[in-house]
Design a protein around this ligand. Sequence first.
Ligand SMILES: *Cc1c(COP(=O)(O)O)cnc(C)c1O
Length: 234
Amino acid sequence: MTDITTRLAQARREIAIAARRAGREPDSVRLVAVSKTHPAGAVETAAATGQRIFGENRVQEAREKIPACPPGLEWHLLGHLQKNKVRQALSLFSFFHSIDSEALAGAIDRIAGETGQKVDGLLEVNVSGEETKHGFTPAQVRAAFPALAALPHLRILGLMTMAPYSENPEAARPVFRALRALRDELECAHGAALPELSMGMSGDFEPAIEEGATLVRLGSSIFGQRPQIQAGAE
Ligand SMILES: *Cc1c(COP(=O)(O)O)cnc(C)c1O
């Protein structure tokens, strides 16, 4: 067994345990294997174990990698997307985790309309208020939600967040809890269905699952460490 195979099996076990601890079914949590900076061969190894969902954060990198990967995989975009790359992104990705402004949502909707696509995505919320992070503030999401939910070609299925980096996974729990509360509030206020919560990375996916994550995004715990210089989003 390769390292990737072993680590994936371990991650799936840990996800299942965290889900059960929270009284949830393990298959209510989907694993996004974040393959950014890692080659197509690593994706192929993971896909051979049955892994189906992969995440990338750069359009340019994905454009080169995805054609070299096995067919039939589901590709999710995780990073900040520039508006001038939306058209390319729509040809590569089926799900957008990080819709971080009304302008970007509008661009995705408009171009999806042109290409006859119906796109699914999440609104990225900067719950922690860190200045270096992209995303709507909670107040901005509340204000923009009715217009975003009405876009004809973009279906908002939930919320996504990144917790501040910490050695201690428990430090992230209040951020995850706040994202879930915001989701519940939007569902209530607007009668919307927002089933997806994308929260939790290699260092903090266990509290995220306990707080309701339906998508966890694991990179380094599956594929190994990335070169530091590549760690940021576009
Ligand atoms: C890189 C990245 C991840 C994966 O991070 P790890 O700590 O390696 O698990 C998850 N989400 C986003 C948005 C990322 O950019």
